[in-house]
Design a protein around this ligand. Structure first.
Ligand SMILES: Nc1ncnc2c1ncn2[C@@H]1O[C@H](COP(=O)(O)OP(=O)(O)O)[C@@H](O)[C@H]1O
Ligand SMILES: [Mg+2]
Length: 380
């Protein structure tokens, strides 16, 4: 079709279309109903390594790896019987063949265009070599990370398991020494022995907690509907004696929701938070804890555990979630510093988060955000 406008001007539509076609970043290959190539752009020449005059008149199957050509003819027939715009190769291995026989991964958009003389099919081709390489690399990194995480988890598990036995022996023989040989030790000897047994008891506690931590990480989540009010009931029941002894006041400001979770892990999480509130109370004052829930969005729930205890300096709000991290001496408050690390692990395994706010002398608030539903695990 000739244009009335002077060649090269923007009103010369044929020329504008030709330039746009040639400048397109995708390779464009147009075929007729028989699968013969009738038009290509510059990017297609570059991609496939054919000069234009060789390109025109080739069959589209010449651009397909030999092993796939027969199947391609069938696909093409299927397409011409039911022509519609579609994308091929998304998430599927689709390869094209260059003039020199080398192959490269592609994604192809197909558009049928009706002409009075018949149907043409426009293929818009993207070379996905770079993207595929990056995706493969990412996949490899993710697998490596998963492997090294699993190694670490196994290490913590095995190490804490294997350490238990010799430690039990040290403790047991220490006890025997005290029972049977205390008479032959002087005062200094007895003191050393006492310190040794205290230290091994403490180490036993650390190892047990480390084991509990590694168990949480190794656990696969069997999720079910969990009524958090019932979880809190059970935790408060378990802590009944401590609550009674300390005269703690626990206020349930709102009902708690039901959500999809691992019931026992929710119990562990609540237990750690409530025990901390009971432990870190202001000297001379009974512990006070307010538990409440809100829904910041229809899919998430926000739980707050707000106490009126000793609090902490705000700059430590993150540090306390690290394993074995404690802000207070053993003499002041017993513990191993693993509880909050377990809480964070559980929150993260549930695709949620836990953070802390604190002010010395005023109290601490632990904020737990959890989704109401857990994603279905991908089929392996
Ligand atoms: N409710 C709280 N009020 C003040 N400080 C807290 C509170 N909960 C935790 N912490 C601080 O965070 C540290 C880590 O807590 P956690 O991991 O539960 O260990 P542990 O209870 O064994 O000390 C505690 O040692 C304490 O310093
Ligand atoms: Mg604790």
């Amino acid at each position: 079709m000739a244009s009335a406008s002077p060649p090269g001007s923007l009103t010369d539509h044929d020329e504008v279309f030709r330039l746009v076609f040639e400048a397109a970043p995708n390779g464009i290959v147009v075929i007729d109903a028989q699968g013969t190539i009738v038009l290509v752009n510059r990017q297609a020449e570059k991609m496939f390594g054919y000069e234009r005059q060789e390109f025109i008149g080739l069959r589209i199957e010449d651009l397909v790896p030999k092993r796939l050509r027969q199947a391609h003819v069938q696909h093409r027939k299927g397409f011409s019987e039911n022509p519609s715009q579609r994308v091929m190769g998304m998430g599927r291995d689709l390869h094209a063949r260059r003039r020199d026989g080398s192959e490269f991964p592609v994604e192809i958009g197909l558009t049928p265009v009706k002409f009075p003389s018949g149907m043409l099919v426009v293929s818009s081709i993207v070379d996905t070599t770079e993207r595929t390489r990056t995706e493969n690399e990412l996949r490899r990194y993710a697998a490596e990370l998963e492997r090294s995480n699993a190694d670490l988890r196994n290490f913590a598990h095995v190490a804490s398991h294997d350490l238990r036995e010799p430690l039990r022996k040290i403790t047991a023989f220490g006890e025997r020494l005290r029972k049977h040989c205390a008479g032959s030790l002087d005062e200094r000897g007895c003191d050393y022995l006492q310190r040794m047994t205290d230290a091994s008891h403490r180490m036993q506690g650390l190892i047990e907690d480390l084991l509990a931590f590694s168990r949480v990480s190794m656990h696969r989540l069997p999720v079910q509907d969990v009524d958090l009010d019932k979880v809190l009931d059970t935790v408060l029941e378990d802590l009944e004696i401590r609550i009674g002894e300390t005269g703690a006041v626990i206020e349930r400001a709102t009902p708690l929701p039901t959500l999809q979770a691992d019931r026992s892990q929710m119990g562990q999480l609540f237990q750690n938070l409530v025990s901390n509130a009971l432990k870190f109370h202001q000297p001379g004052q009974p512990p006070r804890l307010i538990v409440s829930a809100a829904c910041p969005s229809p899919r998430r729930v926000r739980l707050e555990f707000q106490d009126h205890g000793i609090g902490f300096e705000p700059q430590y709000a993150e540090r306390i979630f690290g394993i074995f991290q404690r802000l207070h001496g053993r003499q002041e408050y017993e513990g191993t510093g693993v509880g909050l690390a377990i809480c964070r692990k559980i929150a993260e395994l549930h695709h949620g988060s836990i953070t802390a706010l604190g002010k010395p002398g005023t109290g601490a608030t632990f904020v737990l955000e959890l989704p109401l539903h857990q994603p279905t695990p991908p089929a392996s």
